[in-house]
Design a protein around this ligand. Sequence first.
Ligand code: F0G
Length: 475
Amino acid sequence: MKKRSWAEPWKIKMVEPLRMTSRQTRERALAEAGYNTFLLRSEDVYIDLLTDSGTSAMSDRQWAALMLGDEAYAGSRNYYDLEQAMRDVYGYSEFIPTHQGRGAEYLLSQLMIEPGQFVPGNMYFTTTRYHQELAGGRFVDVIVDEAHDPSSTFPFKGNVCLNKLQGLIDEHGAGKIAYLSLETNVNMAGGQPCSMKNIKATCDLCHQHGIPVFLDATRCVENAWFIKDREPGWADRAIAEIVREICACTDGCTMSGKKDSLVNIGGFLAVNETKLAEEARNLLVCHEGLHTYGGMAGRDMAAMAIGIRESIEEDHIRSRVGQVRYLGQRLQHAGVPIVQPIGGHGIYLDAAAFLDHLPREEFPAQALAAALYLDSGLRTMERGAVSAGRDAEGNNIFPRLELVRLTIPRRVYTQAHMDVTAESVMEVWDRRREVVGLRMTHEPVRLRFFQAMFSPTVGGTVLPAESSPESAVEC
Ligand code: F0G
């Protein structure tokens, strides 16, 4: 069969010009940002792959809905539309809106965790674990071992290891376990999915012991795509059905609408138990806002109600994951070490392998993110030791995964942007031995990766300018 080209299932109706920068400008901007890509000004960035969170392009239907925002303090029409969209797509009965995912994580952790209890989960996420610890809980990683090996091609690296989970229950007793935190398309593992078989087995095991399961549904639709694509028996099922089936196994979810739901802000907590929902609404009014807006404007809720429904359209999700795969395959062909298999929301460079001349104490992933920015104005994110923070004794945690994430916003960039991105990564790959490590010069106490500052261990840059300035990329 002849190969047919693929194109995005949308056309562009409005453009946002991008600013091209010179190497000199980027050098200055990076130094001012303390070599932390979170601290760069967006106007100094060319292609922004820092995150897929809140960076999606809304559809014309969503933009139109903004004008129908009902900004009543209480009982906004948009709240009821959003509640209905959540029920139709995710299937939980009780809906508690929050300004974004971490608002929901705060509520759930405060209400479900007693100090000293364990919270097992399939790998940590930064804000999720932070809120679990704030509530006095102790996170325990129960993800399968394959998830910690960037080169393992296991198709469901997000799976929970049932033996690890059973071991925790046997050791401490079910009463010491607050709930299981089940993340779909595990972010820190590289956007890796859980299989339906594993989700069901995990929920069965927990429920046999009376342990509730709360889903982090942030990228549940992307996970559903992988189940359809990879898991025997699911190819003919609609994405909508798969999402419903995942949720039906669990007792509730926290959701950052800024990812799957195609909006710039918004989130929710959803549960089935009325009493828990009532307590959550009560806490909500103290922290987020009234229970019929939870920190969102009416127009935000209107856009999210539509975004939730658009997120499960087959053409959308196929092209969303397909674009990530396109970028990943270009890098794989060039021999660049990336986390395998290619995940759902981004490409994760294996910085420890990429910069194997740098010790972990010099934060190779942070240095690689800085070098990529210098090369082309491409913004990426460290997901390694800086993100992992310190343990209870105050020692740096060096997780096995030392990654740089190239996260693809939904419906924002074209295949040409993916080509420019791939070429920049390949350029730094060719020059990898020239990349210099970093030392931390400023370390915030909480979620340090957002605001930490660094400087190069030697010389004044992480990647020297090329000897002939004409050959440097002007972009
Ligand atoms: N859970 C997961 C799996 C996430 O990826 C995020 C956010 C959250 C919860 C928190 O949601 O940002 O709306 O409060 N992830 C962003 C990222 C920050 O860049 O991966 P939030």
